[in-house]
Design a protein around this ligand. Structure first.
Ligand SMILES: [Zn+2]
Ligand SMILES: [Zn+2]
Length: 217
């Protein structure tokens, strides 16, 4: 499985392109202002993009959804608790002084425990509220694999050395800490963690050193 990310100003939010080298099946996660780079990357590798998945509805994670949808015509997946954030992206964008087009409506409601299969890629949905009500983490597996996925796309739930902010509407610090400890820290130590901003890390690294959630904190 190939996992590539791109990030551009002003948010430097990571947009992901996950693909299977064997079948070229692919999914796009959180397309934002870097969407043109993701499209170019996918076209260069002649990928068969099958879906747009959103870790949550914050404006920095959705500004490229319209372009991605126009390019590939594939369904959009979002947790319903973040529909208000998603549907109000233009108004929220204006609060940050940004011109944001209304994204096309989400097609599918994600729920905790969902197992989505796109070609030979499998995505398991883990609801991890706290940064926002409808935040989810995406566990990536090869289809039919029995072992827990080696890669987690965690949106703004957990960062290398930090955690998502909880001062925005719908944020809840106790809930976020519970999501990280109960859901994410249940994964094997070697699991790779791909946050919505900044570099990738591992469950082991964050359990040992993250000042907000390390074991013993
Ligand atoms: Zn966010
Ligand atoms: Zn973000």
């Amino acid at each position: 499985m190939d996992i590539e990310s791109r990030a551009v100003a002003p948010f430097f939010k990571n947009g992901f392109l996950v693909s299977s080298p064997a079948t070229r099946a692919a999914i796009v996660i959180d397309p934002g202002d870097e969407v043109d780079e993701l499209i170019e990357l996918a076209e260069g590798k002649r990928l068969d993009v099958k879906a747009i998945l959103l870790t949550h509805g914050h404006v920095d994670h959705v500004t490229g959804v319209t372009a991605a949808r126009e390019r590939w015509g594939v369904p959009i997946y979002l947790h319903p608790a973040d529909r208000p954030l998603y549907d109000n992206a233009p108004a929220i964008g204006r609060m940050f002084g940004l011109e944001v087009d209304a994204p096309p409506p989400a097609d599918h409601a994600l729920a905790d425990g969902d197992i989505l299969v796109f070609g030979d890629l499998e995505v398991r949905i883990h609801h991890t509220p706290g940064h926002c009500p409808g935040g989810v983490c995406l566990e990536l597996r090869g289809a039919g694999e029995q072992e827990p996925g080696a890669d987690l796309i965690v949106g703004d739930t957990l960062f290398a050395g930090s955690i998502g902010r909880t001062d925005l509407p719908g944020g809840d610090t106790a809930m976020l800490l519970d999501s990280i400890r109960r859901v994410l820290f249940a994964f094997p130590a070697a699991t790779r963690v791909h946050p919505g901003h900044g570099p990738s890390t591992t469950i082991a690294e964050e359990r040992a050193t993250n000042p907000f959630v390390a074991d013993g904190v």
